[in-house]
Design a protein around this ligand. Sequence first.
Ligand SMILES: Nc1nc2c(ncn2[C@@H]2O[C@H](COP(=O)(O)OP(=O)(O)OP(=O)(O)O)[C@@H](O)[C@H]2O)c(=O)[nH]1
Ligand SMILES: [Mg+2]
Length: 462
Amino acid sequence: MASVQIDPRAAITPNAATESKQGYVISLAAMRTSNCHEIVCRARTGKLLPTHYNVRLSERRVDTVHTGRINHRPDDCLVSVLTPPGRSAVATVSVVGSRAIAHVSELFRPAARTGLQQFPIARIVVGRWTAEGHEGEEVVVCCLSQDAVDVHCHGGRTAARRIVDSLIAAGCREVGWQRMAELCEETPIAAEARIALAAARTERTAAILLAQYRGALEAELTAIVALLENEETDAAADRLRRLERYADFGKHLTTPWRVVLTGHANVGKSSLINAILGYERSIVFEQPGTTRDVVTATTAIDGWPVELADTAGLREGGDAVESAGVRLARERLAAADVVVAVFDATQRWTADSTLLAEAWPDAVVVHSKCDLVPEPAGDRPAGLRTSAITGQGIAELVQALASKIAPNPPPPEAAIPFTSRQADAIENAFRLLETRKKTASSTAIARLLKPPPANTLPQREA
Ligand SMILES: Nc1nc2c(ncn2[C@@H]2O[C@H](COP(=O)(O)OP(=O)(O)OP(=O)(O)O)[C@@H](O)[C@H]2O)c(=O)[nH]1
Ligand SMILES: [Mg+2]
């Protein structure tokens, strides 16, 4: 591993790749920002692998590499509130940049009356925030590194705001927490994973995203590029295909699977959803046409986040409100990941029942109210037999939903694309490979490992 300091203002000359003991140190032809001041390069088989920030290699041929890293700590000092707005006991303000400790030191008085700079890195220091000269609130400060400081203050908007404002007055620039992740994480996929982790609703999905944060997807993409460079096109295509197959699954690591219950009026849809949830989310009533809106509830099934939607019973001839409910139900069904088609076991099987079953051939079929009859009435398709009253078949239904949601869950630590940017690029790379455009395919993957040019970065500054 070789490390080189680069003057952020320097006009960096092309054709200046140099060799060091540890490997090559690349030169930069262009940089996205002027405040990137350190680049750490890793040599592999004598080749350099840069990744970041529009770093363009010299004309000297250096093969594409994906393990190069830019430690991007801005020269200007960034400040961001990491905790969500709202009431809480504690809020965390992050300060990042080469002058982070200096800026915080100006405003923070440690209780031990020793300057913040005298404390070792990672030491937790209690003291007071002394903005505007007066004795301020008690805070806890921790220098995470030479250029990153966390300030833990009282929760709520006002306390954190006061700290941010005083840091802005001292010369810091405020950015949103996602932007902070984009600027400070070593790779764009790590930044995406950090942002995605905040949207994970279950431990199981968080564990998968954490594996991506730790580099599972980057390692796989890097391996695919290496295969392409070695002319092992079939192996690369296989691995791209495997990634592509996980794209839909990956999308749901941050967005729940949509499970929609449908069926004719009064068949027991709302009762079933309540039985799955274990509480009375939806109104149950003996009259048909009870549910008119779409009633949703979020839950987890086998560790996967799920949005269950109860819908109006499908029937013609109801009043205007009910008809509107039926229209909404059809829209929900069209966008569903999994459909549960509910049929009343006590009612005969009709032509309408057949139409409904045929409309959703992949649906999980449920015959409800089985506590009322020994056998579901009539000749009907196979399905789960349930009772919302006795609980019969509910566990089996939950299991069936889990199998539909994730029929082949990935092994731990597997590489999973989890954003549409990643999924699109992987699909594109695969299509290019199918048409024998190997270099273009490799470039499409390599682009994933680099951040977008500055002017296309999302502007999330606060
Ligand atoms: N015995 C028995 N009754 C049930 C069961 N499920 C539902 N019911 C009854 O059937 C009636 C209709 O139940 P709902 O759950 O409201 O049916 P729905 O399909 O949501 O009805 P709509 O919203 O009108 O389309 C109520 O009187 C429920 O108590 C069941 O498993 N066993
Ligand atoms: Mg209902």
